[in-house]
Design a binder for this molecule. Structure first.
Ligand SMILES: CC(C)(COP(=O)(O)OP(=O)(O)OC[C@H]1O[C@@H](n2cnc3c(N)ncnc32)[C@H](O)[C@@H]1OP(=O)(O)O)[C@@H](O)C(=O)NCCC(=O)NCCSC(=O)C[C@@](O)(CC(=O)O)C(=O)O
Ligand SMILES: [Mg+2]
Length: 297
């Protein structure tokens, strides 16, 4: 089954304490960071620490993703060389562009062959955080069949655009829209940028809902206190589930009578409405909010 990525929790790769507890914090994925959260003087030691953590800590409850440094720095290639050999689930590639993703794919293919790992097993998530990367996001994803998702980086993107980042996020409306649409077209996950005020839970809730409303499928977090809020926004509500189940029930009746379109509570129900209801019910089953038989829990 496809990995669930409602929340992806970043943590600095040079923090043994955070790495130790990472599996029990409730995030769907953890991102062990070797890039911006690690200072230049700690890059080499953080790489070793992350390698040892993956080798020795039981992370079986979560997806383990490592954010490596960009390949145009002296740290990028050694990061991939060392980390891929302990088989993380995925690498997160910062400031991703098409050529870089192709090169990462090639390097992973070589390492997997040398280590006897399944070919294509280590996935790629592209961090889209430059104007060029955003405009080219379709080709960035297509550059490797390993790419399972895109993470939008709002801080770096707005810096690249020379504009201010605000809590309301109007300035990244286009970026969220574009990432959500392209990811949906190519059937990969679209992960929203982190909300950086760790004490503003209302703000986080609104920001997460804004992304979800545009079609993003998950959100990055920077603090464990953000995870529950993110999950609550991405879970369908009881009302949404009840309505979706009623639509599917009514559809069965309508089908018996040969009706492709029908009315429920005064609202038209046709194929796209039924498909949306199916998606909500599937999600409810996956999150164990309803049973496989469709009954509300
Ligand atoms: C923000 C803060 C300093 C707050 O510290 P505080 O001390 O106030 O946190 P508290 O809540 O008090 O901690 C309570 C307990 O939870 C533990 N705990 C905290 N955070 C934890 C965590 N993340 N993972 C596991 N454990 C954690 C902590 O150790 C403590 O444990 P204990 O002492 O045992 O009770 C801290 O969270 C933190 O460092 N976050 C990660 C920051 C980071 O990785 N940034 C880089 C990635 S983003 C990025 O790069 C985006 C982008 O790419 C995109 C773009 O472009 O937009 C870019 O470029 O920007
Ligand atoms: Mg960044």
């Amino acid at each position: 089954m496809q990995a669930l990525r409602r929340s992806m929790l970043f943590m600095p790769g040079n923090s043994p304490r955070m790495l130790q507890d990472a599996a029990i914090l409730g995030a769907d994925s953890i991102i062990l960071d070797l890039e911006d959260a690690v200072s230049l003087t700690e890059k080499d030691s953080a790489r070793i620490l992350v390698r040892e953590a993956i080798k020795t800590i039981d992370y079986s409850a979560v997806e383990v993703v490592v954010r490596v440094n960009p390949l145009d720095t002296e740290f990028g290639a050694p990061d991939i060389e060392v980390i891929a050999r302990v088989q993380p689930h995925a690498l997160l590639i910062p400031k991703a562009d098409e050529d870089e993703i192709r090169l990462v794919d090639k390097t992973l293919t070589k390492i997997e062959a040398e280590e006897g790992f399944p070919a294509g097993g280590i996935k790629i998530i592209a961090l889209i955080e430059t104007a060029l990367g955003l405009e080219n996001v379709f080709n960035v994803i297509k550059a490797s069949p390993r790419t399972v998702g895109v993470l939008l980086g709002g801080e770096d993107l707005t810096a690249d655009l020379g504009i201010e980042r605000t809590k309301e996020g109007e300035e990244i409306f286009y970026a969220r829209n574009k990432v959500a649409t392209v990811c949906r077209a190519l059937k990969v996950d679209a992960i929203d940028t982190p909300f950086t005020d760790t004490n503003d839970h209302e703000g986080l809730k609104k920001d997460t809902a804004r992304g979800k409303g545009l079609g993003l499928t998950g959100k990055a977090a920077i603090n464990p206190r953000q995870i529950e809020t993110i999950h609550s926004v991405f879970a369908p509500t009881q009302n949404e589930l009840k309505r979706a189940l009623r639509i599917l029930e009514a559809r069965e009746e309508a089908e018996k009578e040969g009706q492709g379109v029908f009315s429920l509570d005064g609202k038209m129900v046709d194929a796209p409405v039924i498909n949306r209801a199916k998606r909500i019910v599937d999600q409810g089953i996956r999150l164990r909010l309803i049973s496989g038989e469709g009954g509300a829990k």
